[in-house]
Design a protein around this ligand. Structure first.
Ligand code: SER
Length: 576
């Protein structure tokens, strides 16, 4: 049975049990803003578990089934082994106060053993802890299907799921293992889980559980792993889901997958290109923040691995087209977005090549005395030079790199930017979607342009960014004339057209002042501040995030200029 048939069989099986078949939601989900990407099939159904929406009204049933696109990058280092991926499809069946443990387990057994003819190695159930009792119900139900010695009891680490993001439905699980690999995770959503404390630094493992008004079922089974079981291949990459992709990589590289000793490289390329294509198809563009940054890392890691096989960049696009071709029936959106996907991949590859070139120059300067942790961090944060690349080039040249130093600096930096981000969200300054990131950089250009046109008395009094527009309040006492507005607009657009690079550096507030950075100095900042520079034009203290290059912004247009209070003007502007 081919993976496409397995997917269909799953959906049809649950349809025959009264489930409504639902399409996959986007990878960029509005239903669960607490996670960057959709990581589980249940996310689009969260409100039904919580009783906020009524399943019978919306689906004509208390249960649904789907094959959900998911991205999980926590295992990225393991991609290339037999069963780890960053993108996968999750088959799931869901019950919102309808059936519970008895049917969930019976259906799972029927599907795995009856429909697919697989043997179950063993199953696991939750052994209980101080908050949640041993799941003896599931244990007893399983006894009807498998010998008791095949029912194992595990703790919270393995057999308690959720929530996605900060809070949400969660509960004990029972899991099914086939050939030593977990294939199916069945969650019994009996609780609502929230963190004990929202305070930064609080132990994030400490959770408060409340009983949900009705219990639910949420199951997840990776299509790729299941297909590997069904088609009895040694890894997921030999299943039909990857067959054509691997063949195309062989074709464009002239290297053989099985014989070259480069299997792992092939698999990483196959996985990353699939993830990148799907993320792009859901409208995310590569950038330096959040989702865009994850996509950027995936594409750049992909390009680096293609280089190992000497694959030319234009061939990456051929492989991407095969991905679209392989998935077009299950995900018709891919075809509609094909041109966009291909051109974004191409543009990001080109940006990366440029970064590598500039980074290498800087690398040469640093490397005279070996690469310190700080050097490696500057290469990474300012020049976008991946740390893996630093290690590789250094190895080639026989230069030492202070790895531990880099990791320390990286960690410190992450903490600072996380703190900055939390402040920013509280202040309502801006979010971090690609649109907001672009508008954020445009705000810096606007601020500097206003100072050039109106004078150096112009200082920021407020800023608010939504995905649609920026709003900037600044000190100035007269209404701006149409000529002034036009001049400001022109300056910003010129800087955009000049394709200026945007870089960031950490420094003390004093150093920032010395370097002429504008922005808000004050006690709300730690001992280090981030200074964002638009090459040769603006320097501003800011928590970020920003685009890498002003060419990413598009056309800047002022929509409105008005007074907000005495001596303060407000501009609303958009990027078209
Ligand atoms: N939400 C659970 C998981 O992701 C089951 O779907 O494993």
């Amino acid at each position: 049975m081919k993976p496409n048939e397995v997917r269909q069989k799953f959906l049809t099986f649950f349809e025959s049990k009264g489930h409504k078949i639902m399409p996959s939601s986007s990878l960029v989900s509005d239903d669960d803003s607490s996670v960057l990407f959709t990581t589980a099939g249940m996310q689009q159904f969260k409100p039904y578990y919580l009783g906020k929406k009524n399943a019978t009204e919306d689906f004509g049933s208390l249960s649904t089934t789907s094959s959900q696109k998911c991205i999980r990058t926590s295992d990225i280092e393991e991609v290339g082994d037999a069963s780890h991926l960053t993108f996968f499809e999750m088959l799931g069946n869901f019950s919102f106060g309808g059936y519970f443990k008895e049917e969930a387990i019976k259906y799972a057994y029927e599907f795995i053993v009856g429909e697919l003819g697989l043997d179950i190695d063993y199953v696991t159930v939750f052994m209980g802890d101080k908050n949640v009792p041993f799941d003896n119900e599931s244990y007893d139900i399983w006894k009807n299907f498998v010998p008791e010695e095949k029912i194992k009891k595990f703790g919270k680490e393995d057999n308690f799921w959720g929530p996605t993001g900060k809070e949400g439905p969660c509960g004990p699980t029972t899991e099914i293992y086939v050939k030593g690999v977990e294939v199916w995770n069945i969650v019994f959503n009996e609780y609502y889980c929230r963190p004990k404390s929202d305070q930064p630094g609080a132990d994030s493992d400490e959770q408060v559980l409340e009983n949900l008004p009705t219990s639910g079922v949420d199951t997840g089974m990776g299509l790729e792993r299941l297909s590997m079981m069904v088609s009895k291949t040694p890894t997921i990459f030999e299943t039909d889901l990857f067959g054509n992709i691997i063949k195309e990589i062989e074709k464009v590289s002239g290297v053989s997958y099985f014989e070259s000793g480069y299997e792992k490289v092939f698999r990483i390329i196959a996985d990353h290109i699939r993830s990148s294509v799907f993320i792009l198809s859901d409208g995310v563009a590569p950038s330096n923040s959040e989702r865009g940054y994850i996509l950027r890392r995936l594409i750049r890691r992909l390009v680096r691995h293609m280089k190992i096989l000497n694959i030319e960049s234009s061939f990456m696009l051929k492989v991407a087209k095969i991905v679209i071709e392989s998935y077009k029936d299950a995900y018709p959106d891919l075809v509609k977005k094909e041109d966009e996907i291909i051109s974004e991949l191409k543009a990001e590859e080109e940006r990366f090549e440029k970064t590598l070139k500039e980074g290498l120059k800087q690398f040469e300067k640093f490397s005279i005395h070996g690469i310190s942790g700080h050097d490696a961090f500057i290469l990474f944060s300012t020049y976008g030079f991946p740390f893996e690349e630093t290690l590789e080039v250094a190895r080639e040249k026989g230069i030492k790199v202070d790895e531990a130093g880099f990791r320390e600096e990286f960690k410190r930096h992450q903490e600072v930017s996380r703190a900055g981000m939390e402040k920013k969200f509280k202040g309502g300054l801006s979010g971090t979607s690609p649109e907001e990131t672009r508008l954020h950089t445009a705000t810096h250009l606007l601020h500097q342009a206003l100072r050039e046109v109106l004078g150096l008395h112009v200082a920021q009094k407020g800023s608010n960014i939504t995905p649609e527009r920026l709003r900037f309040d600044f000190s100035h006492s007269e209404k701006m004339t149409p000529e002034e507005l036009k001049k400001v607009e022109d300056i910003v657009n010129e800087r955009i057209n000049e394709k200026l690079s945007v870089t960031v550096e950490d420094m003390t507030p004093d150093e920032a002042k010395e370097k002429g950075a504008i922005g808000i100095f004050g006690d709300k900042y730690e001992d280090k501040v981030k200074v964002y520079s638009v090459s040769g034009f603006s320097k501003e203290i800011c928590g970020g995030p920003h685009v890498q290059n002003t060419s990413e912004l598009g056309h800047f247009k002022i929509k409105k200029e008005e007074a907000t209070s005495a001596g303060v003007r407000r501009i609303k502007a958009v990027l078209e």
